[in-house]
Design a protein around this ligand. Structure first.
Ligand code: FAD
Length: 459
């Protein structure tokens, strides 16, 4: 991709027609971009919102096709929906599409997000009644299966989405088992201290929560419908619906071999959303936003972070769009403090910052017993994140504390304090190491020929 000096004209291509892609297109027009804009998306639908899929849609309050994203303005773009991008011909500034056509452009935004990690056994994953949840069509199928009143639902994995699905099942009066390999729900993003509270919430709501247990296999009946799950503790469960909620896989396959820093971690980029090439050198005309982006964050030791959150997609898209059309001296940095919300078991959970960057936690406001509290996360004496349960009005306070790297534990104003405000270990589980990460090797000796190559990992 080569900008040839274009700023407010020329040809921009956005790949990924969802939240980040749409908001970037709108921001480009707001910024005064008058050139050609092409938006390529492999889903046939117009951009829609995903958070309601695991909440209002599963509950039956909103139709699966009823979460179309509101348009903030006209974008005047050539929409190529229902067709995937399959590669980039960088020498000729072209994006290659699955239908054999190609689109020319001088700047590219990569916003291809993530997809659900499928149940690892393909035969079992193909059984009727086994679901994942990422798209509106996933939500439509799962909603229909829940509305048919299955005798028992099994949710595998208790991150945010798995926990929300379990919560909706209980709201619908369905029996639900949650099988979690780790020690508690939400322990990965929020640590075990919060995870224990989440576990209590689930059990109080009637969820059959099984922790420290993994699902080893699923059995179907003669008609190919899932009927049984085999667990690692030797027990079996009779189930009619299984929801595999195992996290996500980044949509990077279409970038294979194009020489960008794209791998299982996402697409590496600088804080201005400019993609790195395979050697870690920043590109000028390829930008990244949303769930697929992985950028360094100044507040978190400049570590590269991927934030699979709604706000991150919106703000990243705005920064990327600005930097695609501004003068070099006017670039912005995407320095947002991540925020996330979740509704489950009647509680509104919000988080700000990166709790899992911390190693200590202190309850700072409210009452744990009433499940209405705020807690801060700290590292090396500084606040790095916070979580609230039904206490969301305090999020801006914690956000300001995190932005200014204030001391941990913080001293919020007010009179509604927990009995024990001492800092304690947050108990984050030890992170697993991804197995499929490719090896990176260096070839050549002189600076002019030395470069990186990805090699599949030798097993
Ligand atoms: C069920 C659910 C609940 C959620 N709840 C919350 C919540 O409560 N709070 C919160 O903050 N966040 C939540 N999220 C996360 C939030 O929805 C995401 O952060 C957001 O959708 C990211 O937007 P994106 O545009 O980066 O990626 P995506 O929304 O994943 O969009 C990427 C798009 O690119 C398309 N694509 C992929 N490959 C190609 C290709 N080769 N060619 C063309 N198109 C391609 C994809 O099909 C997709 O349409 C939730 C997500 C899900 C699935």
């Amino acid at each position: 991709m080569n900008s040839n000096g274009f700023k407010d004209n020329g040809r921009i291509i956005i790949v990924g027609a969802s939240l980040a892609g749409l908001r970037a297109a709108e921001a480009l027009r707001d910024e005064g971009f008058r050139g050609d804009l092409t938006i390529i998306g492999d889903e046939p639908e117009e951009p829609y919102d995903r958070p309601p899929l695991s909440k209002q849609v599963l509950a039956g309050w909103v139709r699966p096709d009823g979460t179309k994203l509101p348009r903030m303005r006209r974008v005047d773009a050539d929409w190529r929906l229902g067709v995937a991008a399959t590669g980039i011909d960088r020498a000729n500034n072209r994006i290659l599409l699955a239908d054999g056509s190609a689109v020319e452009g001088d700047r590219l935004l990569i916003a291809t997000g993530v997809r659900s990690r499928p149940w690892p056994n393909p035969d079992e994953a193909a059984l009727d009644g086994v679901f994942t949840l990422r798209t509106s069509s996933d939500a439509a199928k799962l909603q229909a299966a829940l509305a048919a009143k299955p005798k028992r639902v099994l949710v595998i994995g208790s991150g945010f989405i798995g926990s929300e699905v379990a919560s909706v099942c209980r709201d619908l009066g369905l029996e639900v088992t949650v099988a979690e390999r780790g020690p508690a729900p939400l322990a990965g993003p929020l640590g075990l201290v919060i995870g224990r509270i989440a576990a209590e919430m689930q059990r109080a709501a009637g969820v059959d929560l099984r922790t420290g247990v993994s699902v080893q296999g699923l059995d179907g009946d003669a008609g190919g419908h899932v009927r049984r799950a085999r667990l690692s503790d030797g027990t079996t469960l009779d189930v009619d619906v299984v929801v595999a909620s195992l996290g996500s896989i980044r949509n990077i396959e279409w970038l294979e071999g194009v020489g960008l820093a794209a791998g299982t971690w996402g697409v590496g980029c600088d804080a201005g959303c400019r993609a790195f090439d395979i050697n870690g050198v920043v590109t000028n005309n390829v930008f990244v936003a949303g769930d697929i982006a992985r950028a360094p964050h100044v507040l978190y030791d400049y570590q590269f972070m991927a934030m699979e959150h709604w706000d991150n997609a919106v703000l990243g898209a705005q920064v990327a769009a600005h930097n695609m059309v501004c003068a070099e001296t006017e670039r912005w940095a995407h320095l947002m403090i991540p925020q996330f919300w979740s509704g489950q078991f009647g509680v509104n959970i919000k988080s700000v910052g990166v709790p899992s960057f911390g190693d200590e936690i202190a309850f700072t406001q409210g009452s744990i017993k009433d499940r209405r509290f705020a807690a801060a996360f700290g590292r090396r004496g500084r606040i790095v994140g916070a979580v609230t349960f039904d206490h969301g009005k305090w999020i801006p306070y914690y956000e300001a504390q995190i932005a200014r790297s204030m001391p941990f534990p913080p001293n919020p104003v007010g009179s509604d304090f927990p009995e024990d405000m001492r800092a304690m270990p947050a108990e984050f589980p030890v992170r697993g190491v991804p197995t499929e990460t490719p090896d990176v090797v260096l070839t050549g000796h002189n600076p002019s020929e030395r470069s990186a190559e990805f090699h599949p990992r030798k097993r």
